[in-house]
Design a protein around this ligand. Structure first.
Ligand code: SAM
Length: 283
């Protein structure tokens, strides 16, 4: 929702809050078979992609989300070779996953090809690894993809989806998590963006319960800042298939072969403690 021609504003009713970015132009809008996509030019955050009225990705702050949706799970896994991304159409998570030399193949399944085509135009820096021979971009429903997946296909599944409404609604329940559990190898890990610890504690609790009921031996949520999302405070939730989520490849994290802007060994150590607010709620 744009308040006036100088600002884009996302009103988040559940928390009685709103977030605005100063804009100079709406560069694109289209209604795809799945969602409404808008692209804005902002004065301080570069380009902004909005899906169904919700901020998705900005040029300036997307690194926080993409680094924290990928590096914690990849360094937690003992030997991540086969990775699946559900959603992730802007390709920023794919970019971070492929920084890991152990990764042999990463399949990205987004329901809406138009997200990726628009990202190639407005966020080419996020699409820099799309031509990596290890990358495979598919356009399909993630729910169906996991229903059809062969058992033991993946070491890691990353669910980088929109909020649990509309096309993404089916990605946040026990039935879906059961298909993820089956598609993962022993020692495999699922990580899913799990909304705001400030606003969505009940959703996060329900995700933990659904993941454990789906057969995952342990679950763990961690947090990170994400200015353009409601409350500016975001989370991701890990689910392990026989993997201790509080151990990670510390030396490889500390001496990683690539640079990051937010993820670090120290931050990974810190995320192991989780979020006290959530830990209390999950007791
Ligand atoms: N960082 C964003 C966030 O946390 O809200 C997510 C970014 S990414 C653009 C979200 C993607 O999820 C979109 O491209 C959308 O098309 C995709 N998506 C939604 N439902 C899906 C489904 N059922 N299967 C595959 N992709 C889906």
């Amino acid at each position: 929702m744009a308040l006036d021609e100088h600002w884009f504003t996302e009103v988040f009713e559940p928390s009685g809050s709103a977030f605005s970015l100063r804009i100079t132009a709406k560069l694109h809008q289209e209604q795809t078979p799945y969602q409404r996509i808008e692209i804005y030019q902002t004065t301080e955050f570069g380009y902004l992609m909005v899906i169904d009225g919700c901020t998705m990705v900005s040029s300036r702050d997307n690194f926080l989300y993409h680094e924290m949706m990928s590096h914690p799970v990849l360094f937690t896994h003992a030997k991540p070779q086969q990775v699946l991304i559900i959603g992730g159409g802007d390709c920023g998570t794919l970019l971070e996953v492929l920084r890991h030399p152990q990764v042999q193949h990463c399949t990205q399944v987004d329901i809406d090809e138009r997200v990726t085509r628009l990202s190639e135009k407005y966020f080419p820096e996020l699409c820099a690894s799309n031509s990596d021979p290890r990358a495979e971009l598919r356009f399909d429903d993630g729910v169906k993809w996991l229903q059809d997946a062969n058992p033991g296909s993946y070491d890691i599944i990353i669910v980088d989806s929109t909020d649990p409404v509309g096309p993404a609604e089916g990605l946040f329940n026990e039935v879906f998590f059961r298909t993820c559990h089956r598609a993962l190898r022993d020692g495999g890990i699922l990580v899913q963006q799990s909304e705001s610890p400030l606003i969505h504690v009940e959703l996060i609790k329900s995700m933990h319960h659904a993941m454990r009921n789906a057969g995952f031996s342990n679950t763990h949520s961690y947090d990170f800042p994400q200015p353009i999302y409601p409350s500016g405070w975001w989370s991701a939730t890990l689910a392990g298939k026989g993997r201790d989520l509080k151990r990670f490849r510390e030396s490889e994290s500390r001496h990683k072969s690539f640079t990051t802007k937010y993820y670090s060994y120290a931050k990974h150590l810190a995320l192991i403690d989780g979020v006290p607010l959530l830990n209390t709620a999950l007791k």
